[in-house]
Design a protein around this ligand. Structure first.
Ligand code: TYM
Length: 336
């Protein structure tokens, strides 16, 4: 029997950080043996905010190398570049014609990013989730493993699929399958080191707010030394009153592979002076194998090109028939 399928992606906009790792990539690695995985770099999404053209392709390769370095295994997973597969853009256009404008105007990420860009808000920022729906539905995945911040986009994806099925399909034979979000409780929302109420993000202007996966040990140590804490004695999990403490204990718990109860007992009497070096050592030790493997991968000439070429072929073999199915339902004559 065929394995169920998962699909997910990351935008190649700046260095990947612990949030991307714990909210997404680490989970992909953990489940990969049980699923047929399609993982991509969302380079079309990247340009919804200005990108340096001389860096875009390099950043895209960097993310691919990071997937592999973190443990994605090509025996189970297909890695590809969104822009290599024109079906993504084409399906996004078809979807945009059935998506009510107010569905997009209600998206939290649009509102947040539109405020940052002030007057010159690009159309792409608004239609971003339509492209995301196309990314997902082209592959008809069973599950989409992401961090908490993507929940609303996945709900919209399901709404678009349901609307297409309603408008153009038959009740007993839907055109597209509705995927389920897969959001783990642990690591789904890693918070900023400068403010425990804001999520860790690539777009935060301060690099001190995040730990990048390629940060060298001295940088990790410096960032954790400087990160925001509080002046309460003893450490415990408390999302509402002690967001920074909650976040840092959570990172320690996941990266040291311990249970919440074990960490709660271990840290209850600690002050920050004792806990911060412990967390620093844990983060450095968790990232070291990923960093070593990353440098090996990017040092191997031609390797990533061959991975992405193979990925494109495997992804297209699924994407094109789905696109044709939708086009046929809308009344287009589809080339054989
Ligand atoms: P992006 O590039 O912002 O983030 C990639 C993945 O990392 C997760 N993530 C986090 N998880 C926990 N804590 C954080 N602080 C944190 N920051 C980011 C995100 O939830 C995501 O899983 N729109 C998507 C990219 C995309 C996509 C798709 C994803 C395009 N098409 C289709 C899934 C399916 C995005 O901007 O992710």
């Amino acid at each position: 029997m065929a394995k169920p399928r998962v699909l997910s992606g990351i935008q190649p906009t700046g260095e990947l950080h612990l949030g991307n790792y714990l909210g997404a990539i680490r989970n992909w690695v953990e489940i990969q043996q049980d699923y047929d995985s399609f993982l991509f770099m969302a380079d079309l999404h990247a340009i919804t905010v200005p990108q340096d053209p001389s860096q875009l392709a390099a950043n895209t390769y960097q993310v691919a190398a990071m997937y592999l370095a973190a443990g994605i295994d090509l025996d189970y997973a297909t890695i590809f570049v969104q822009s290599h597969i024109p079906a993504h853009s084409e399906l996004a256009w078809l979807f945009s014609c059935i998506t009510p404008l107010n569905w997009l105007q209600d998206m939290v990420q649009f509102k947040e990013k539109a405020i940052k860009q002030a007057e010159n808000v690009g159309t792409g920022l608004l239609t971003y989730p339509v492209l995301q729906a196309a990314d997902i539905l082209l592959y008809e995945p069973d599950k989409v493993p992401v961090g908490e911040d993507q929940k609303q986009h996945l709900e919209l994806t399901r709404d678009i699929a349901a609307r297409l099925n309603y408008l153009y399909g038959q009740p007993d034979s839907p055109i597209l399958k509705l995927p389920e979000p897969m959001i783990r409780a642990e690591g789904a929302r890693v918070m900023s080191l400068s403010d425990g109420t804001k999520k860790m993000s690539k777009s935060d202007p301060s690099d001190l707010s995040r730990i990048n996966l390629l940060d060298p040990p001295d940088q990790i140590q410096y960032k954790l030394k400087r990160c925001k804490t509080d002046s309460v004695r003893g450490l415990w999990f408390d999302d509402s009153e002690r967001p920074e403490c909650n976040n840092l204990l959570g990172l320690y718990m996941i990266l040291s592979n311990q249970t919440k109860a074990a960490v709660a007992v271990e840290c209850q009497e600690m002050g920050w002076g004792q806990f911060k070096p412990l967390l620093t050592d844990t983060v450095i030790a968790a990232l070291k194998p990923i960093q070593d493997r990353y440098h090996e991968i990017v040092g191997e000439p031609g390797y990533l090109d061959s991975v992405l070429k193979q990925g494109r072929e495997k992804a297209e073999a699924i994407a094109i028939p789905t696109l044709n199915k939708v086009k046929a339902a809308l009344g287009y004559s589809v080339r054989a």
